[in-house]
Design a binder for this molecule. Structure first.
Ligand SMILES: NC(=O)c1ccc[n+]([C@@H]2O[C@H](COP(=O)([O-])OP(=O)(O)OC[C@H]3O[C@@H](n4cnc5c(N)ncnc54)[C@H](OP(=O)(O)O)[C@@H]3O)[C@@H](O)[C@H]2O)c1
Length: 349
C-alpha cells in the first residue's frame, strides 16, 4: 500500500541533534519544501532553534530532559535580554492568551517513542509540547525516512494537527497516542524491530557453529527474513507464520532443541518464542491435541511427541497454509559447511 505525501504545512522547523533521526528528518523535510535547520543540541547555537515554529529534539532519550532544561534557560535569558519570549514576535499569529495552549504557540517535540511529555516540562509555560516518533529503524545517518511509516503523536492541542500534517507531508501515517500508552506502543516497536535483530543474531551464531563465517551466516538469513516479511505483507497474521510448529512437526522441534543443547541461551529463546506462538497456532485452527504436543515439546524436549514416530503429520485443521517459504535456511550456494550442517543427523528441517 502506498501513502500519498500531502503538501507541506507552512511552518519552519529546527531539528536539534546531529544523529541518525536528525539527519533523516532534516533531509526529508527539506526535500518537501519545509524550511528546516539542523543544529547541535550541545552548541550554544541551539538557542536559534527557538526561532522556528517547531523545535524537534532529535537527541538520545536520556538527553531530552537536560536539553529541554537548557532550552528553557536559553529562552529565559533571551526573554530577559530582549523583553520577549524567545522567537515571539509582535503580531505573531500565536498570541498570548490563546485558549488552545501556552503563550507563544511555538511547538517543542521530542522523538522518543516511549517517553511522554514529562521531560519537556521545563518548556511548558511558553510552548506547546509534543512527542513525534517514527516507527522506523534508522541504522545509519544515511537511512532515509521510508514511505508509509506510522508516527506516534502525543501533543498539546493545536500542535497535534501540525504534527499530523507534517507526518503526511513525509508520506507517513499519523497515529494519536495517549501519554500512558507510549511505553506500550514503543515496546511493540522494540519487539518487532530490535528483537528481530536479536533473533537473527542467535540464528547467525548457530550457522557459524555449522562452519559459516559471520557475513555468510547473515547473508544466508537475510533472504529468509525478507521472505518472511513479504509473507506477512501478503497474507498477514496469523497466516504469515510458517515452519514446524504450524505444521505440527513435533519431532522437528525436538530435534532442534537437542541440537541447541550446547547453547542454553539460544535454547531458552527458542523455547520462549515457540511457546509464544501458541495464540497464532490457535488462530490457525490447530487441533487441541497437536497444539498440546507442540507446547509440551517447547516446554520439555523429552515430552512424548504425538506425531514423532514416522506417522504422516496431519495438517492443522482448517489451516490455510501459505507457500511454505520460511521454514528452512536458504542454501548458501557453494558453501560446503552449510551442506554439512544440513546433512548432520538431527538437524534436518
Ligand atoms: N534511530 C532510530 O531508529 C530511531 C527511530 C525512532 C525514533 N528515534 C528517536 O530519535 C531520537 C534520536 O535518536 P537517534 O537514533 O537519532 O540518536 P543518535 O543517532 O545516537 O544521535 C543522538 C543525538 O543526541 C545528541 N546527544 C546525546 N546526548 C546529548 C546531550 N546530553 N546533550 C545534547 N545532545 C546530546 C548527540 O550528540 P553528540 O553526537 O554530540 O553526542 C546526537 O546528536 C531518540 O529519542 C530516539 O528514541 C530513533
Amino acid at each position: 500500500m502506498t501513502t500519498q505525501a500531502s503538501p507541506a504545512p507552512a511552518v519552519t522547523v529546527a531539528v536539534l541533534g546531529t544523529g541518525r533521526l536528525a539527519h533523516a528528518l532534516t533531509t526529508a523535510l527539506a526535500a518537501r519544501g519545509v524550511p528546516v535547520t539542523m543544529l547541535s543540541a550541545r552548541s550554544p547555537e541551539r538557542t536559534r532553534a527557538l526561532d522556528a515554529d517547531l523545535t524537534v529534539l532529535a537527541v538520545s532519550d536520556d538527553a531530552i530532559g537536560p536539553v529541554a532544561d537548557a532550552l528553557a534557560t536559553d529562552a529565559a535569558a533571551r526573554a530577559a535580554g530582549h523583553g520577549s519570549t524567545a522567537g515571539h514576535e509582535a503580531g505573531d499569529e500565536h498570541e498570548a492568551g490563546d485558549e488552545q495552549g501556552p503563550a507563544t504557540g511555538h511547538g517543542v517535540v521530542h522523538c522518543s517513542g516511549a517517553l511522554d511529555l514529562t521531560p519537556l516540562a521545563p518548556l511548558a509555560a511558553d510552548h506547546r509540547l509534543g512527542a513525534w516518533h517514527p516507527m522506523q529503524a534508522f541504522a545509519t545517518v544515511d537511512t532515509p525516512i521510508a514511505p508509509g511509516v506510522t508516527w506516534g503523536i502525543t501533543a498539546d492541542p493545536g500542535l497535534r494537527d501540525v504534527l499530523a500534517e507534517l507526518t503526511t507531508t513525509l508520506g507517513g501515517r499519523p497515529v494519536l497516542l495517549r501519554p500512558e500508552d507510549r511505553a506500550r506502543y514503543h515496546a511493540a516497536a522494540t519487539m518487532a524491530s530490535n528483537y528481530t535483530v536479536v533473533l537473527v543474531d542467535h540464528a547467525a551464531r548457530l550457522l557459524q557453529d555449522c562452519g559459516l563465517d559471520a557475513r555468510s551466516a547473515l547473508d544466508a538469513l537475510l533472504p529468509l527474513v525478507r521472505s518472511t516479511l513479504d509473507g506477512l505483507q501478503d497474507v498477514g497474521l496469523p497466516a504469515g507464520l510458517t515452519g514446524p510448529a504450524v505444521r505440527g512437526d513435533v519431532g522437528t522441534i525436538r530435534r532442534h532443541l537437542a541440537a541447541l543443547a550446547a547453547r542454553p541461551d539460544t535454547a531458552a529463546l527458542y523455547r520462549a518464542v515457540g511457546l509464544a506462538a501458541h495464540d497464532l497456532l490457535v488462530a490457525r485452527g490447530m487441533d487441541p491435541a497437536t497444539l498440546a504436543a507442540i507446547d509440551a515439546a517447547f516446554r520439555d524436549p523429552d515430552a512424548p511427541a504425538r506425531h514423532d514416530h514416522g506417522d504422516p503429520t496431519p495438517p492443522a485443521h482448517g489451516d490455510p497454509t501459505p507457500p511454505d517459504h520460511g521454514d528452512a535456511a536458504p542454501p548458501a550456494h557453494g558453501d560446503a559447511a552449510l551442506r554439512d550442517c544440513a546433512d548432520h543427523p538431527g538437524s534436518s528441517t
